[in-house]
Design a protein around this ligand. Structure first.
Ligand SMILES: CC(C)(COP(=O)(O)OP(=O)(O)OC[C@H]1O[C@@H](n2cnc3c(N)ncnc32)[C@H](O)[C@@H]1OP(=O)(O)O)[C@@H](O)C(=O)NCCC(=O)NCCS
Length: 328
């Protein structure tokens, strides 16, 4: 029986660091408020001339090197992003060209917000199993600073820029790699987290710019509650479906939005916090990039060893959510 494995992982964070102290000079906030309500201490912000694709390319190069796979061998490229270089064409086509991925490859973006990396993982997993593709590159890349309202203290303290990537391939060995993956969405909560302008509903006008319509709008408390609920549900369903008990999971890699959300999830699942990988204190919420960035750090710091079982779990605007179980 064949399996699909994560053959390599890589990530990239821009050089510039914006601390809570820096933010307290921009909006009416304090380091104490941000740390106590979110756990975030600093985030990385891309340079003006750095776009989503630039971050994606650097993460992808690291993942390809880690997997010892050439860009010329990739035949499926999926980029999950909520902050593409431009509405048309896809950021995937821009990244394909920059990396030198061949013209016969299938390249596209997906919009699933912070769950985007897990959506990309499931799509690539299914496609590799059909034998239609041989090697997939999936990337979560965000320049959220370009859609952040830097005058809104309720949102601007939360987000950052980053990219993370993984190379997936099929191997003839049962029981390793992606054991299972589950996704979901609930469009009832569209208005809890959204960017109102810039699409066909409200094209860009001077008024939409004046009204800050091109930035992230969020109902923080509602998102918080939904996040804990859906992540717990999808994590439980995943464990039940694959007959895995919490003690068999060596590491949970949750979407990094707020330490309180992760603590609530850990409490509800009755799992100790030391099983949850956390790096949001240094990066904030980088949307589709949080899971591959955390995965990369977890592997490099020795938190994931051969044979380990990890659970990745995410939620995001939409409301979208997902989970994946991976044996290393
Ligand atoms: C946004 C979030 C950190 C706010 O924390 P909270 O405990 O819910 O705080 P509230 O929204 O209730 O705000 C409490 C007070 O702090 C104020 N406040 C909000 N942002 C602030 C800031 N950066 N600095 C200081 N005060 C702030 C509010 O105005 C409010 O004041 P009021 O009581 O006088 O009205 C939290 O709700 C959250 O993380 N939600 C989920 C967001 C998320 O994960 N989004 C991404 C999804 S992928």
């Amino acid at each position: 029986m064949a399996s699909v494995i994560i053959a390599g992982v890589g990530s990239y964070t821009p050089e510039r660091v914006l601390t809570n102290h820096d933010l307290s000079k921009m909006v009416d906030t304090t380091d104490e408020w941000i740390v106590s309500r979110s756990g975030i201490r600093e985030r990385h912000i891309a340079a003006e001339n750095e776009a989503c694709s630039d971050l994606a390319v650097k993460a992808a190069q690291a993942a390809l090197a880690d997997a010892q796979v050439q860009a010329s061998e990739i035949d499926l490229l999926i980029i999950a992003t909520a902050s593409p270089d431009m509405p048309l064409p896809s950021t995937a086509c821009i990244v394909q060209h920059k990396l030198g991925i061949p013209a016969h490859a299938t390249c596209f973006d997906i919009a699933a917000a912070c769950s985007g990396f897990l959506y990309a993982l499931e799509i690539a997993y299914g496609q590799l199993l059909t034998n239609r593709y041989k090697r997939a590159l999936i990337i979560g890349a965000e320049k959220l600073s370009s859609v952040t309202d830097w005058t809104d203290r309720t949102t601007c303290v939360l987000f950052g820029d980053a990219a993370g990537a993984a190379v997936l391939k099929k191997v003839d060995q049962p029981g390793i790699g992606i054991i299972g993956s589950d996704l979901g969405a609930d469009g009832e909560f569209v208005d809890h987290l959204y960017i109102p302008a810039g699409g066909s509903r409200c094209p860009a006008t001077a008024k939409s710019v004046d009204e800050h319509g091109h930035f992230i709008h969020m109902k923080g408390r509602e998102v918080f509650k939904s996040a804990v609920r859906v992540m717990e549900t999808v994590a439980r369903e995943m464990m039940e479906q694959y007959k895995v008990t919490p003690d068999q999971i060596s590491l949970v890699i949750p979407h990094q939005a707020n330490i309180r959300i992760i603590e609530a999830l850990a409490g509800n699942l009755e799992m100790p916090m030391d099983k949850f990988f956390v790096n949001l204190d240094r990066y904030g919420n980088t949307s589709s990039a949080t899971i591959p960035l955390a995965l990369d750090e977890a592997r490099r710091s020795g938190r994931i060893k051969p044979g380990d079982l990890t659970l990745m779990v995410a939620f995001g605007a939409g409301l979208t959510y997902g989970a994946a179980l991976v044996r290393w």
